[in-house]
Design a protein around this ligand. Structure first.
Ligand code: SF4
Length: 440
């Protein structure tokens, strides 16, 4: 139990009769930019986004774009994004619908909707929620029997986040009254008896007098929830690792869902001092984080301030330096993290040892001539080396053994930073190690 779990009863008691705006204000003040709204642009989500646009307009809005939404839903997203000036991130699954058909059979939602929702909703949400401490949902107690006990605030043990449902106590009538009072746009399918709208293959209209507003979801299946609001008991979840792939197996009432998570990899940037390794690795880190890839950057300078501060620059010490970094990169990659390692790593043999130990090892040779690097001389080290004040300097009086067959060569003196980063990202995409870009 966390400290927060201890406070739940007290918080829920104080919020039970509160206006949703009070709960939202508390959330925004408590979590700041670590708070996100998760919405599928249904009426409750629209009300929430409108309230937040007045309370905390910079709050991130996450929506799961499964690739299978109604055209009306996509149009509504665009309209509300503009009207409320949303910081909207459309979170997409690793596989397109076509790729999913190839790997899991056509129309997976027909024969295994749990697996389909897991791949297209639950896993992408879990991935993106890693960047937040709390998330806001549009759950309401009147939506279905299964949601009658929805608390205002709870601990989402599956994602390890605080979960808020500020409109839990509102009913359908109150939601629509708010939407009309503020002249907010809504999905026109609601006027055609679609009371709850998700992916088009799994959504049907329902009779206007149906007490279950979610009866049109997954009709013909026992399924009633996509899974993102279904808590997973710790005792029912275990994680096993096989090489670099992590397979998370969730046992749920006898059903077994096996889902793939991000594969780890290590981009190993090698090259002379001043070749541009750090600059490229910083830009790569930003791009990869924007795609919600779990990432860790290891840099020669910062590693030497901690992990290897006892080492010097003799060949023996340089080898030990790379040996320790290799060990860290191996552990991270093995557990599904993408590593961007920027090290001069001058000796071929040391890099070969790293390659042999790390799965999905990608050697990137940042190739810039000694003249170009010395011309940059950001730290003034080349000047000292040429003057004989600095001994054993790579490329001057210590060798740099260029890679013989790296996966990628970056000519940093001839291409722009954007071109270099773009080529590396393209390579990772082709190897299916990262998802395509998430666009707002
Ligand atoms: S709602 Fe249907 S189509 Fe959408 S992810 Fe779930 S099963 Fe797949």
């Amino acid at each position: 139990m966390t400290v927060f779990e201890d406070q739940l009863s007290e918080l829920n008691a104080s919020f039970e009769d509160a206006y949703p705006q009070e709960v939202l204000r508390w959330a925004a003040e408590s979590f700041g930019d670590r708070l996100a709204v998760v919405t599928s642009f249904q009426p409750t989500g629209i009300v929430t986004m409108h309230m937040l646009s007045e309370i905390a307009p910079k709050t991130t809005v996450l929506t799961l774009d499964t690739g299978l939404l109604f055209p009306e839903t996509y149009a509504l997203m665009d309209e509300l994004e503009q009207r409320l000036n949303l910081r909207l991130i459309r979170v997409r699954p690793n596989q397109t619908v076509e790729q999913q058909s190839r790997t899991h059979g056509a129309n997976l939602w027909e024969h295994d909707p749990d697996k389909c929702c897991n791949m297209r909703k639950t896993i992408p949400l879990g991935r993106v929620l890693g960047g937040y401490d709390a998330w806001i949902t549009g759950l309401r107690r009147d939506q279905s029997n299964g949601r009658r006990a929805t608390p205002m605030v709870s601990w989402d043990s599956k994602n390890g986040k605080v979960k808020l449902s500020p409109l839990a106590t509102w009913n359908e009538e109150m939601i629509w009254a708010y939407i009309h009072a503020h002249e907010l746009p809504y999905n026109p399918l609601h006027d055609q008896n679609y009371s709850s709208i998700g992916c088009y293959p799994c959504t049907q209209p329902v009779a206007p007098d149906s007490p279950d507003k979610r009866a049109g979801r997954w009709s013909g299946h026992v399924k009633t929830e996509c899974g993102i609001h279904v808590a997973t008991e710790n005792s029912g979840t275990h994680v096993t690792t096989e090489n670099s792939d992590i397979h998370m197996t969730t046992e749920n009432k006898g059903d077994t869902i096996v889902a793939e998570r991000q594969q780890g990899f290590t981009l190993w940037l090698t090259g002379l001092s001043g070749a541009g390794k750090t600059t490229i690795s910083v830009a790569l880190e930003q791009e990869l984080r924007a795609r919600e890839v779990y990432i860790e950057r290891l840099d020669g300078d910062t590693v030497r301030e901690g992990l290897t501060r006892d080492l010097g620059f003799s060949k023996e010490d340089r080898d030990k330096n790379i040996e320790r970094v290799t060990y860290v990169a191996k552990l991270l990659s093995r557990n599904g993290v993408g590593v961007v390692a920027a090290f001069i790593s001058p000796y071929r043999e040391a890099r070969q040892k790293a390659r042999e130990q790390i799965n999905n090892f990608i050697e990137v040779y940042v190739d810039a001539s000694l003249e170009v690097c010395a011309g940059r001389d950001v730290k003034g080290l080349y000047a000292k080396a040429f003057a004989g004040e600095l001994k054993g300097f790579t490329g001057v009086d210590d060798p740099y053994e260029a890679p013989e067959s790296p996966e990628l060569v970056i000519h940093s003196g001839q291409e722009t930073l954007e071109e270099s980063v773009g080529r590396i990202l393209q390579y990772l995409e082709q190897r299916a190690l990262i998802p395509a870009a998430v666009t707002a």
